[in-house]
Design a protein around this ligand. Structure first.
Ligand code: MD3
Ligand code: FE
Length: 203
């Protein structure tokens, strides 16, 4: 079922639940080629979230900043191809939320371990901010913080669970958002972790 969150943002609850096993199998294959890594931010902090990517472009951060690149700067390797199942899910869900013609060229895969969090931030490294972002949550649940257009604005809290898909478009695209520290647990599919896929049109 669809729940509007705010202008431009739609939660498709459990939309990907039946595909979760296949999606995680693909994540495993991608990680076998390009392992999850804890990147160091330009400010010198090690991120508690571990990341990898698939697709033509991947997002990462290092001492020089935040960027999309066609290769993993750490390994010098191209990112693994985006599986067709990933691409189709993202395009279909975007269309269901009213964003037809979404063709992602980047998929960032975040892995959360107990205590891992994402502090409030905006996603604005993509060229065309009229393109939505589609996110898919897998494994352990997490509390998502959804704020306003200033870091200090009040936040809504939304629990994101296995299979939940959210399409972030319109004016919601530039809202501050983050993830509270992951509560420890064991999930039948992902064990001690939460994974999040974010599909983006970077260029
Ligand atoms: C709202 N990831 O990778 S997904 C990120 O669960 C990121 O790993 C979180 O924020 C995660 O940048 C949240 C939901 C999400 C993704 C992108 C957004 C919400 C968003 C972009 C704009 C507004
Ligand atoms: Fe984000």
């Amino acid at each position: 079922w669809q729940e509007p969150l705010t202008e431009g943002a739609v939660i498709l609850r459990r939309r990907a639940r039946d595909m979760a096993g296949e999606l995680m199998a693909q994540v495993g294959q991608i990680a076998a080629q390009n392992p999850f890594e804890h990147r160091i931010t330009p400010g010198g902090h090690r991120m508690s979230v571990a990341m990898t990517n698939c697709g033509d472009l991947g997002w990462s951060t290092d001492s020089r900043g935040y960027q999309y690149s066609d290769q993993d700067e750490a390994s010098g390797q191209r990112w693994p191809a985006m599986p067709a199942s990933f691409r189709n899910l993202a395009t279909t869900c975007a269309a269901e939320a009213g964003f037809s013609g979404f063709h992602p060229d980047a998929c960032l895969i975040n892995r959360y371990e107990p205590g891992a969090k994402l502090t409030l931030h905006q996603d604005k490294d993509e060229r065309d901010l009229r393109q939505p972002i589609v996110s898919v949550s897998l494994g352990l649940p997490a509390v998502f913080l959804f704020g306003g257009f200033e870091r200090s604005d009040a936040c809504q809290r939304v629990l994101l669970e296995q299979g939940d898909v959210v399409v972030w478009g319109g004016s919601s695209r530039l809202r501050y958002h983050g993830i509270l520290p992951l509560k420890p647990g064991i999930h039948p599919l992902t064990g001690a972790f939460r994974f999040n896929l974010t599909f983006r049109r970077a260029r």
